[in-house]
Design a protein around this ligand. Structure first.
Ligand code: SF4
Length: 451
């Protein structure tokens, strides 16, 4: 169990010097106990106290890194039960199952989908993340052959799944250097599998009934291994929901280190119905899943799951923004129209997509209004004439065009007169469309009139 604030306080130097950013040592101790600060911020902690406090200064849920390079992900290290309290940090990995009983043609087609199904939304790539290779046949040769084939044909990380320790040992050799995952250690075999995972720098799923986890994870940690992921053997939606919630609450509220690990949910074992599977996977994304394994990588399943994953793991207190600046779309030149709008990411992507669809070369000028949409920024006094005019003069769009016309969103038509005044006689303010969907027609007509 983690230490309480008072227990931590007893180990601190009690100088009350404020160098840690807290008014007193007691305040620092309380923050540390809640995982809201780091021990390294106090320069006066003795080595002896450091060793005792190390446990308390660790995140309440272990962060486990999976994969390498562009396909490296971290799961765990969450600090809150509810995203409105702070935010969720490390989204779950969507794993796709491959079985060594499937024929080559099926594996090839599914592997192609696994590698290629992806969608871009507001600048993020939505896709599946983890190949889960299962030794369904019981034949270690078939299993390792499939594992090798998948490893050779994807950059994404792999979880090797077998009941056979010897097969997993061979799998670990294949996955060495990939930061993949072994599934699964059990009460019977964990000692051997921990050694294998350690030697090959892989993480390890512990498969055990939820009440056994408290007994087994400390034993694994004692062996010097912490990259543990928990499969609490929930095999229906309700039990999974309960177990994931118990694990998160025990780790965060009770500071129970034995449960301070990310979870693994085998959704494909919970139902044969594709729609139910997607629904349960969505539940796991919303409620504390770490690795979520589904049976296939169909676009119509991956898209909604990945959107949900993105939405739930976006900080609710920080709007999604794009950088202020000039964005050339469709290779504009000095005669191309100029559209100005705000840096709310959704506004940018919708407007940019509409301009792209129009095929009209256009300069899109994005103004930083702290991520607000057009109307919200206008009502907050941030997207108004006396803010837009100096921005337009400063941003450098005048150096890229011969004309002096800017198109503003139709929703702020009321500022056109004042903006005209602020910009001066050289400029002409044109009122654009209210809806992005009308931009293509508007731009085509605008260009025809202005040529
Ligand atoms: S820096 Fe250390 S000694 Fe100083 S107030 Fe913070 S906890 Fe106390």
């Amino acid at each position: 169990m983690g230490l309480t604030g008072i227990q931590i306080f007893k180990l601190l130097p009690k100088k009350n010097c404020k160098e840690c950013g807290q008014p007193t040592c007691l305040a620092f101790a309380m923050q540390l106990a809640q995982g809201k600060t780091e021990l390294s911020k106090c320069p006066y902690v003795s080595d002896e106290a450091k060793a005792k406090l190390a446990e308390a200064s660790e995140p309440p849920i272990r962060g486990v890194v999976i994969g390498t390079g562009d396909e490296q992900y971290k799961i765990g290290e969450e600090l809150v039960l509810y995203r409105h309290d702070k935010t969720f940090f490390n989204p779950p990995l969507i794993g796709v199952l491959f079985k060594d009983t499937e024929d080559d043609a099926t594996i090839d087609a599914r592997l192609k989908n696994f590698n290629e199904v992806s969608f871009e939304r507001v600048g993020y790539i939505l896709k599946a993340h983890l190949a889960v290779v299962k030794n369904e046949s019981g034949d270690a040769g078939k299993f390792t052959a499939l594992l090798q084939k998948i490893k050779d044909n994807t950059k994404k990380p792999i979880m090797a799944m077998s009941d056979d320790v010897a097969a997993l040992e061979q799998a670990a050799g294949i996955l060495k250097g990939t930061k993949g995952v072994l599934y699964a250690a059990t009460e019977e075999n964990y000692e051997k599998l921990v050694d294998i995972a350690k030697a090959n720098e892989l993480s390890l799923v512990l498969k055990a009934p939820i009440e056994k986890v408290a007994e087994l994870t400390p034993k694994i940690v004692e062996k010097g291994f912490k990259d543990i992921i928990l499969d609490t053997e929930a095999r229906d939606a309700k039990t999974m929901f309960q177990h994931n919630t118990f694990v998160r609450r025990l780790a965060l509220k009770k500071k129970d280190k034995a449960y301070g690990f990310p979870t693994c949910n085998l959704i494909y074992e919970m139902t044969d119905d594709e729609i139910k599977e997607a629904t349960i996977a969505a539940l796991a994304i919303a409620k504390y899943g770490g690795i979520i394994v589904i049976s296939d990588c169909k676009p119509e399943v991956i898209l909604p799951l990945a959107i949900q994953r993105l939405n739930i793991y976006t900080d609710p207190q920080r709007p999604m923004v794009v950088e202020q600046g000039i964005y050339p779309i469709n290779e504009p030149d000095e005669n191309s129209p100029v559209i100005v709008t705000t840096n709310f990411a959704l506004t940018y992507f919708i407007v940019a997509a509409a301009i792209e669809a129009s095929r009209v070369p256009t300069w899109l000028v994005i103004m930083d209004v702290e991520g607000m949409s057009v109307l919200t920024a206008w009502s907050a006094g941030k997207f108004v004439a006396d803010a837009i005019a100096p921005f337009i003069k400063k941003v450098g769009i005048a150096d890229k065009i011969k004309h002096r016309k800017i198109i503003i969103p139709g929703y702020v038509a009321q500022i056109s007169g004042e903006l005209q005044e602020e910009l001066g006689e050289d400029w002409e303010v044109v009122i654009g469309t209210r809806e992005a969907a009308d931009i293509p027609a508007f731009l085509k007509e605008y260009v025809a009139k202005n040529q």
